[in-house]
Design a protein around this ligand. Structure first.
Ligand code: URA
Length: 435
């Protein structure tokens, strides 16, 4: 087979066979197809789409580029959650310790920041020393010891996604239902889980801007998971504004720590607690969402949730002193406050621009080799429906890049649309499928 012919076949809108997709994935992982050719294939797939069969072949090829982990020796149910990506979406850091503290195993494999969205791995690595590149043996050991482990794709586990994910990030090929489905499911099916909760985001800060597209993505993810006999629950949740107030890797760890210690950021808690409840239902520890939420609240009140987070971080070699004393974390060279230019109700937030502003400040990557500044980011206070007065503090930005301060400030100002009339806040949880 020949990569150029297969790229042309997809470019011309034709359907690829199982063998052809396998050839592309295995050759790329072995380094026999260079990045520039694989990028061309990704763009062709992005523009021409892939049907159900091709999506399933792609998922399988990416899954079996590495090992499917056997966790049958680990006692108890193993349930994970995956989000399709958003701005300020730090729910994984909060829910993994809570669900583990409640007695359900969470063997999580996550990704890095993608496009304007943040990634769990980059957030965890903001904790000094934290290792996400753990081998299979240690992955199981940590899971057995504390009930949760949080790693990235490795050369053994979903290696195809490790490379393709990074390439999609810098080639404009993220927002594609088949590519997202194969990326997510190749990682999640490799984990050896019994069940999965999906958080499919929709809105200006999501890859699927329209709810109809988010529903299509949810259907594609569910169909793929069920073809592998995995139980799946999918939430469609709002991403028209940042989740919580903190955006940027360390800032999101900080907000997660506050939440694990009882902090009440309404929207963040609502989404996280619902996801936790669904995980506990799949894990057999709760019968209803309400019961699951009560368990989550108990785990926080009792201190067990934060203790569990410290245990995970310690086992993955992170320095917990920064979580116990966050003020000890290094500060950005530049910290600037942004004040509202107008008075009114917040009608809309261009959440994509908020994600991009964080990236400009250093919180994300523009090329494969860009280094992330874990300190960089934004604390962003406006919420849709909230009234803001001229001169009121709307955001704080953190960066080491002086040249990007004005760029980010303008993006933040421009992201806000005001109204003189009252505005209703968007419903956070739009649909729950399969519960
Ligand atoms: N999360 C993933 O793991 N992959 C994607 O493509 C998008 C979100």
């Amino acid at each position: 087979m020949n990569a150029v012919e297969l790229i042309k076949k997809k470019r011309n809108g034709l359907t690829l066979t199982n063998e052809e997709i396998n050839y592309l994935i295995t050759s790329y992982v072995k380094g026999k197809i260079p990045d520039y050719q694989f990028s061309a294939f990704l763009m062709a797939a992005f523009l021409k789409g892939m049907n159900k069969e091709e999506t399933s072949y792609l998922t399988k090829a990416m899954l079996y580029s590495g090992k499917a982990i056997d966790l049958s020796s680990v006692k108890g149910k193993k349930i994970d959650k995956h989000s399709t990506g958003g701005v300020g979406d730090k729910t994984s850091l909060i829910l993994a310790p809570i669900v583990a503290a409640a007695g359900v195993n969470v063997p999580m494999i996550s990704g890095r920041g993608l496009g304007h969205t943040g990634g769990t791995l980059d957030k965890l690595e903001a904790i000094p020393g934290f290792r996400t590149d753990i081998n299979l043996r240690r992955y199981k050991q940590i899971l057995e010891k504390c009930g949760a482990v949080m790693i990235g794709q490795t050369k053994d586990i979903a290696p195809a996604d490790k490379s393709i994910y990074a390439l999609r990030d810098v080639t404009g090929t993220i927002e594609s239902i088949p590519l997202i489905t194969a990326s997510i499911m190749s990682k999640k099916l490799a984990e050896g889980i019994d069940g999965l909760v999906l958080d499919v985001k929709t809105g200006s800060g999501a890859f699927m801007k329209r709810t109809a597209d988010a529903k299509k993505l949810a259907a594609s993810l569910i169909e793929t998971a069920e073809s592998f006999d995995k139980k799946v629950v999918a939430f469609i949740t709002d991403m028209n504004q940042p989740l919580g107030n903190y955006i940027g890797n360390w800032l999101e760890v900080y907000e997660s720590v506050m939440t694990l210690q009882g902090g009440l950021t309404e929207d963040l808690n609502e989404v996280t607690f619902n996801l936790i409840a669904a995980m506990l239902i799949l894990g057999g520890k709760a019968k209803t969402i309400e019961e699951g939420i009560e368990i989550a609240q108990y785990e926080i009140r009792s201190g067990r949730a934060f203790d569990k987070f410290l245990e995970i971080v310690k086992l993955q070699k992170g320095d917990v002193s920064y979580l116990k004393n966050p003020e000890k974390y290094p500060r950005s060279k530049y910290e600037e406050k942004i004040y509202s230019e107008k008075t009114g109700y917040i009608k809309a937030i261009d959440n994509y621009s908020i994600g991009l502003a964080a990236l400009e400040l250093g919180a994300g990557r523009k090329t494969l080799t860009d280094k992330i500044d874990a300190k960089a980011g934004i604390i962003f206070y406006p919420k849709i429906g909230k009234r803001i007065k001229k001169g009121e503090l709307t955001a704080k930005i953190f960066t080491d890049k002086k040249s990007q301060i004005e760029v980010a400030k303008k993006m933040i100002y421009d992201s806000l649309t005001y109204s003189g009339k009252k505005v209703r806040a968007p419903k956070l949880i739009k649909t729950v499928i399969n519960l």
